[in-house]
Ligand binder design. Sequence first.
Ligand SMILES: Cc1cc2nc3c(=O)[nH]c(=O)nc-3n(C[C@H](O)[C@H](O)[C@H](O)COP(=O)(O)OP(=O)(O)OC[C@H]3O[C@@H](n4cnc5c(N)ncnc54)[C@H](O)[C@@H]3O)c2cc1C
Length: 464
Amino acid sequence: MSGDGILDRLKREGRVVVVGASLAGLRAAETLREKGFAGSLTMVGDEPYEPYDRPPLSKQVLLGRATSDHTSLPRRRAIDAQWRLGVPATGLDMAARRVRLADGDEVGYDRLLIATGVRARPWPRESEAELDGVFVLRTRDDATGLERALAQNPRRVLVIGAGFTGSEIASACRERGIAVTVAERAAAPLVGALGGVVGQVAAEIQREHGVDLRCGIMVTGLEGDAANRVRAAHLSDGNTVDADVVVVCLGALRNTEWLAGSGLGAGPRGIACDAGCRAFDIRGIVTDDVYVAGDVARSPHPLFGYQFLSLEHWGNAVAQAETAAHNMMSDSVDRRPHIWVPAFWSSQFGVNIKSVGVPSMGTEILIAQGALNERRFTGVYGYQGRVIGAVTFDQTKWLQFYQQLIETTAPFPPSFATVDRRPEGQRPVDADFPDPSVPTSGPTVTLTGYSPADRRMTFTPAGH
Ligand SMILES: Cc1cc2nc3c(=O)[nH]c(=O)nc-3n(C[C@H](O)[C@H](O)[C@H](O)COP(=O)(O)OP(=O)(O)OC[C@H]3O[C@@H](n4cnc5c(N)ncnc54)[C@H](O)[C@@H]3O)c2cc1C
């Protein structure tokens, strides 16, 4: 309880504004009401839709099993909010506690939650990105357009970037019997998130399903016909791929531009916040009234050496939103940290892939159960002698066990024997992550900062 009743008053008649009306925004709003917040709640969203779910967009929707207007997020409870949809927030005045909207309106707040997420990184050459038949996939409208294009039986689809989204799109194409080429700059699909050992398995699975997978190459340009429709792509190895649909899957950009000049610590890497979801200002001082959650947030995690994690994970958006909402309405002693253990899933080419922890922080991998060549295995990642992450291919039931090892900073390699440990799983091998300075298709976890346990720094003089 707050000493002078400020908190009680906030709960009774305060004003909360949520910018970003999607997964994190909705779950935060529901939690606020659950916690007894009775004041005014304004949900600002630049999309015209009430919150919907994105994971089905690259799965059921592309397979034609659901339409994208059937992806609305289920509601946990009524939130009694004023919805400002189809209106982007364009600025923030932290001193006056006001959010500016694109329609000229301003909304005052006592507590602000920023949950503006990320958007798809567009193809870098604008004239080529605007060709008919060139898509990205982030929104309901993107999915509607892409599904419509796939339904017209294109001769070939080119997917640029073999991260999770690109791989899922390629999988949907093959399931629909559409010829697909995947171009990936790294040596294999999924390497940014899972490393080269697992990436090689993903590559084999793609090829077995008939994907024309080209790794270690870049698309250097897209070519249109006289009607401004894409017809071909040029590759860095000198080859050309004829395609009438191109899907650009080059990762994401954080939606922070609207905060320029606000004094908030926001930029291309997201919005930095403390473990309690309170945003930092540009001086590195934590704010009391501005909170962040979901894909746009970057927060330190005690299990991962207090490095700042940016996670593009559905479960993280939910958990962080709940924590942010709880902390918004709590005194400092009652606040809690966001210490959700990262977890991600993907389904592609009939395989259920799940990960926990931060595999991309791992330097070694041990195939603790099953076998790579059976496409059914559990890979455990190690970093400085402890378990840091795990991935399963069609072996979900073990994931919780490995999550516990991550949570308890258990030693790596794990000492126990398992019934299905094979000879290849007796010793860890290099997990084979690419040099982080070389961009590959979008990672789902970005680490910044450094671990207090590993204080090495490299000084590179200017001009070298
Ligand atoms: C195709 C696809 C498949 C996915 N599959 C998986 C999966 O299998 N597993 C998994 O764990 N995760 C998956 N994800 C990721 C997951 O959907 C995200 O982690 C989640 O949507 C994050 O929620 P969020 O609310 O933080 O951000 P978002 O969902 O990005 O929502 C942010 C909202 O804020 C809006 N906005 C931005 N700027 C402004 C502004 N200035 N003013 C007002 N509104 C603004 C945006 O338009 C958007 O509506 C997938 C994502 C995509 C796109």
